[in-house]
Design a protein around this ligand. Structure first.
Ligand code: SAM
Length: 214
């Protein structure tokens, strides 16, 4: 095998997602899918994407799985699990987009550690997104959006771009409910930096430093 044909070791096991979906289409993940309104809307607008919805609450996850099965949406899979755990299993640079809509805000200060967004969570998103992969967020809580924005931008891998009028977070169960109540929705869209070119044959940084210092 020529050096140029070597796989980039930072990239995903190519069979990880195709084993779940049965095809190689780009994968998008929604964290906290609730009633699945976003997943079903997205399946209609993006038929060339594989969509995984992760929902922690068992009752909601059961109803979501039943709804997807009833509608026979072939490109959607659902999982009842804590997404922070699932992310530890996802291969690096393998996800085209994450969607996090109306994450529980846990408004009491003593409950803040229960929030989904943390430096560790954002680092997991950065690790698993492909270069130029996207992170879409929506919330009705201005303070939580400010915290999310600070966490994502200080992580150092993301830039923020205009959310756009067609932000997919406007198509969730909570988005529809809150819009009907007249609440202001805060939308954000972040793009992961491209992966730096992988230099075949170069020693890893630690080895290079060792060689230099001996
Ligand atoms: C306020 S609801 C929003 C539901 C949906 N995204 C929407 O906009 O209609 C937040 C959802 O996230 C789920 N959730 C919270 N933490 C989670 C986690 N760590 N992993 C997966 N789901 C989670 C909750 O069970 C709940 O269904």
């Amino acid at each position: 095998m020529s050096a140029l044909a070597e796989p980039d070791p930072r990239r995903a096991d190519p069979e990880f997602w195709s084993a779940l979906f049965g095809c190689d289409a780009p994968v998008e993940i929604e964290i906290g899918s609730g009633n699945g309104a976003f997943l079903l809307a997205r399946a209609g607008t993006m038929p060339d994407r594989n969509l995984l919805g992760i929902e922690r609450a068992p009752g909601k996850a059961r109803r979501l799985a039943a709804r997807v099965a009833r509608l026979g949406v072939a490109q959607v899979r659902t999982l009842q699990a804590d997404a922070t755990y699932v992310l530890t299993l996802v291969p690096s640079a393998s996800v085209a987009a994450y969607h996090v809509y109306f994450p529980d805000p846990w408004p009491k200060r003593r409950h803040e550690p229960r929030r989904l967004f943390s430096p560790r969570f954002v680092a997991a998103l950065a690790r698993t997104l492909v270069g130029r992969g996207e992170l879409y967020v929506a919330t009705d809580v201005a303070g939580y959006m400010a915290t999310i924005r600070a966490l994502v931008l200080t992580q150092g891998t993301f830039t923020e771009v205009e959310p756009g009028d067609d932000h997919p977070g406007l198509e969730t169960g909570f988005a529809r409910k809150y819009r009907a109540e007249g609440r202001i929705l805060h939308l954000a869209r972040f793009v992961r930096r491209p992966l730096a070119p992988y230099a075949i044959g170069q020693p890893p940084l630690a080895a290079a430093v060792k060689i230099k210092s001996s």
